[in-house]
Design a protein around this ligand. Structure first.
Ligand code: ZN
Length: 360
């Protein structure tokens, strides 16, 4: 009897200990912000007022001491947005780092240009940079952005022929790694990148897709491990191209290189950029994307939604925004991230809609 009581007490204690260390679950009500001039106190007061509990900001803001202090004082969690393979400054300085298409051309489309994901030195530099951000600024999380292959998905509409989507990266470094790591050898008779890419895609497309997804997954793994050395509690969010598993013949893997099941192993949150208006979808599509991502991985899903029009001339009305927010919050969603605060700040009607759904 005594032993049983002691055993029960011991079991209760064991069960209680981990729960003391767990962070309380909260639904993320987030904003992405890219810069701010003026009073920090005003900014945070306003977020408290609207029910915004998390900010996703770039390095500029997170490096501002007042900003960090304001977030702490107002109970706002901070995620630093960390772009990985989109790096115009680096590409200007070192054009030889550019990703190459299956046509053998530099992958560039308006502002969209990507670094080849095979460059060891660049990858190490990014890992170190992520560690430095965490060491210096102590964010609650890191929000890994542009963690994918080249594609201007913001202008890919539902009627797009999947065969016209760009495929990268076929430079000599990637082709070398692919051959070494898969054991697949390119015939020497092939002349130039277009022929080599065609041969790979004709004969070994599955191996290619799996390998190029691995370039992205291992980068997330490397960054997640490295930042956890600095802060074991840090949260990992990964930005996703808003394509369901079956969209465009599986382009989320074969074009973007994002294997959601694999990424889920390293991410606390997955954040599809469900900018419905931009990609010519209706608000219910946002909920369908959340379900699709959740079913593939099981990580918490926090859809990011757009506040105002982008790339298209057609207005994004307050009604459409409200419908998008309602869809974004439906389970299994774990919250929402508004892109961007600058657009919210300029629109009092949409601000009121946010207050209506986000203020607890
Ligand atoms: Zn490459």
């Amino acid at each position: 009897m005594i032993r049983n009581s002691f055993g029960t007490l011991f079991l209760m204690l064991v069960l209680m200990i981990p729960s003391c260390h767990q962070k309380p679950e909260k639904r993320i009500m987030g904003v992405k912000i890219y810069g701010h001039e003026g009073s920090m106190a005003y900014l945070f007061n306003e977020w408290n007022e609207l029910g915004i509990n998390t900010v996703f900001s770039g390095e500029d803001l997170i490096s501002n001491k007042q900003f960090r202090q304001g977030a702490r004082d107002h109970g706002i969690s901070t995620f630093v947005i960390f772009p990985v393979f989109f790096n115009p400054l680096e590409l200007d300085a070192s054009p030889h780092l550019a990703a190459i298409t299956s046509q053998g051309e530099v992958a560039i489309d308006e502002w969209v240009e990507f670094v080849c994901p095979s460059r060891e030195e660049y990858r190490k530099l990014m890992v170190k940079k992520a560690q430095d951000l965490v060491r210096n600024f102590h964010p609650d999380g890191i929000s890994i952005d542009f963690i994918r292959h080249f594609v201007y998905w913001e202008k890919v509409y539902p009627d797009r022929d999947p065969a016209t989507l760009p495929l990268t990266c076929f430079d000599s470094v990637c082709l070398g790694h692919f051959q070494n790591e898969t054991g697949i050898k390119l015939p020497e008779s092939l002349d130039g990148i277009p022929q080599q890419a065609k041969w790979i895609l004709d004969k070994h497309s599955e191996e290619w897709t799996s390998w190029m997804c691995g370039q992205i997954t291992t980068m997330v793994d490397d960054i997640a491990n490295a930042v956890k050395e600095i802060d074991p509690e840090i949260l990992i969010n990964v930005h996703l191209v808003p394509w369901a598993g079956s969209d465009f013949e599986g382009a989320i893997k074969s074009v973007a290189g994002q294997d959601i099941a694999a990424l889920s192993e390293y991410a606390d949150y997955l954040s599809p950029m469900t900018y419905a208006h931009m990609v010519k979808r209706e608000p219910p599509w946002i909920h369908s994307m959340v379900k699709d991502v959740y079913s593939q991985g099981g990580a918490k899903v926090i859809p990011s939604i757009q506040v105002d029009k982008a790339y298209l001339e057609q207005e994004l009305s307050a009604e459409e925004f409200e419908q998008s927010l309602i869809e974004a919050l439906k389970p299994p969603s774990n919250g929402v991230v508004f892109w961007s605060w600058e657009r919210v700040a300029a629109d009092s009607e949409k601000k009121e809609i946010i207050r209506k759904y986000c203020k607890q």
